[in-house]
Write a protein that binds this ligand. Sequence first.
Ligand code: THU
Length: 128
Amino acid sequence: MTTINWETLHTEAIAAMKRAYAPYSKFPVGVAALADDGRIVTGCNVENASYGLGLCAECGLVSNLVLNGRSIIRAIYCVDAHGNALSPCGRCRQLLWEHSTPDTQFMTPDGPAPLSTLLPWAFGPENL
Ligand code: THU
């Protein structure tokens, strides 16, 4: 199992946040994940003049992960403009769930927590 370096993930999430395109909400978000193959994958939010079409940072991360060779996510660190741990929205929890395990660790303001606590009774591929 890959060792989780939370400091590196935090640094990468901040770097991604700095690339966010969030002129409407002025709420840049960055996220970094450690994949099972050792890769660190990142994403940032990308908003749109048609407000409802904006993409969350986690969407970008998942797209990046699959495009470059899907691997299971072991740890996730999502940050706001201040570099503080940010809780993902409901849709993003579901997106992350698909490529994670219940034990994938997510950084919360109180420290790492398993993804299963962020999305209890989750709907996944095995329910189809
Ligand atoms: N946002 C994310 O990128 N991820 C989340 O999990 C929560 C919200 C973005 C969407 C929008 O661009 C901005 O934060 C304000 O809601």
